[in-house]
Design a protein around this ligand. Structure first.
Ligand SMILES: Nc1ncnc2c1ncn2[C@@H]1O[C@H](COP(=O)(O)OP(=O)(O)OP(=O)(O)O)[C@@H](O)[C@H]1O
Ligand SMILES: [Mg+2]
Length: 277
């Protein structure tokens, strides 16, 4: 299988057979806000392997969404470069699940879920089968014909998740996808996401404020600093798979890794609030 680098700004970087899916090299991003320059990201370097599940945590405003948008190709870096390796051109390279549910209000639930597949011109029967599969998985089967205004916030977010998965991208970028879900649906969706991920082994980049979510999902957890967002620390998740949200809490390693991550994260959250540590 050939590996095509989608975007290689540095001509020195070549496609490589090693299972690298995304490489961020010295990435920085500045925004102009009211004539003032805000550095959202500063010198972020990270290599994500194909099939790896990386979770990013960090204080509010530290540049997590910005980072994800750059990886997804929705935004441009100011300095540094991003290299993404596209192995199957018949499928989309990446899909994004946004922080605020972003579904088309004028399309029914089933048409929202099948949107990417229609854009790719897949056969109708295949689209119908995939849509039916994800409607069931997300507990939305009775709402196939409903419109977004008829759904609760959590249901809209499930449509958004279903649409991203149905699209079958190589990289899934997820920006706090469960933040709007209630506790019970969140636990079920976490299990569902880990199950789909272990079946499909997609490369996943997931943002959350919840260490619980991070420890259920991640292979590695990246902790970011207060703005300007840099990488403060990267942790390997020591908890064995398969993991379930309530079960992992029984593991003594859970308490230990949570405390280690929180000690760094807490410091950064305090800095972001302008408080001394
Ligand atoms: N389009 C934009 N124009 C100007 N500034 C922006 C823009 N997008 C983000 N920023 C700024 O960049 C910084 C990082 O924002 P970002 O949304 O990436 O943070 P975040 O880590 O996702 O925060 P949260 O956890 O609250 O979602 C913030 O200071 C924000 O104001
Ligand atoms: Mg954000």
């Amino acid at each position: 299988m050939t590996v095509t680098p989608i975007k290689t700004i540095d001509p020195g970087i070549k496609a490589e057979p090693a299972p690298v899916k995304v490489r961020l090299n010295g990435l920085s991003k500045m925004f102009k806000v009211n004539g003032r320059e805000v550095t959202a990201l500063q010198d972020v370097s990270l290599t994500i392997a194909s099939g790896e599940f990386v979770v990013i945590v960090g204080p509010s405003g530290c540049g997590k969404t910005t980072l994800l948008r750059i990886v997804d190709g929705l935004d441009e870096e100011s300095h540094g470069h991003v290299t993404r390796f596209h192995t199957d051109p018949s499928k989309p390279l990446s899909s994004m699940i946004f922080q605020e549910h972003a579904i088309f209000p004028w399309l029914s639930v089933e048409r929202n879920i099948g949107y990417g597949l229609r854009m790719r011109g897949l056969p109708k029967a295949e689209i119908a089968a995939t849509v039916a599969h994800f409607l069931k998985k997300m507990g939305l089967a009775d709402y196939a014909k409903a419109y977004p205004y008829q759904l609760s916030g959590g249901m809209k977010q499930r449509v958004s998740i279903a649409r991203a998965f149905a699209n079958d991208p190589e990289i899934l970028c997820m920006d706090e996808p469960f933040a709007a879900l209630d506790e019970q649906n969140k636990a079920i969706m976490l299990e569902e996401l880990t199950r789909i991920w272990s079946e499909t082994r997609k490369t996943a980049l997931f943002i959350t404020h919840s260490l619980d979510e991070a420890l259920v999902l991640a292979d590695r957890i990246v902790v970011m600093t207060a703005r300007p967002g840099r990488i403060a620390a990267i942790f390997d998740n020591p908890l064995p798979r398969p993991r379930q949200s309530y079960e992992i809490r029984k593991d003594p390693a859970y308490g230990e890794i949570s405390a280690r991550i929180w000690s760094i994260l807490r410091e950064e959250v305090m800095k972001s609030r302008g408080e001394t540590v």
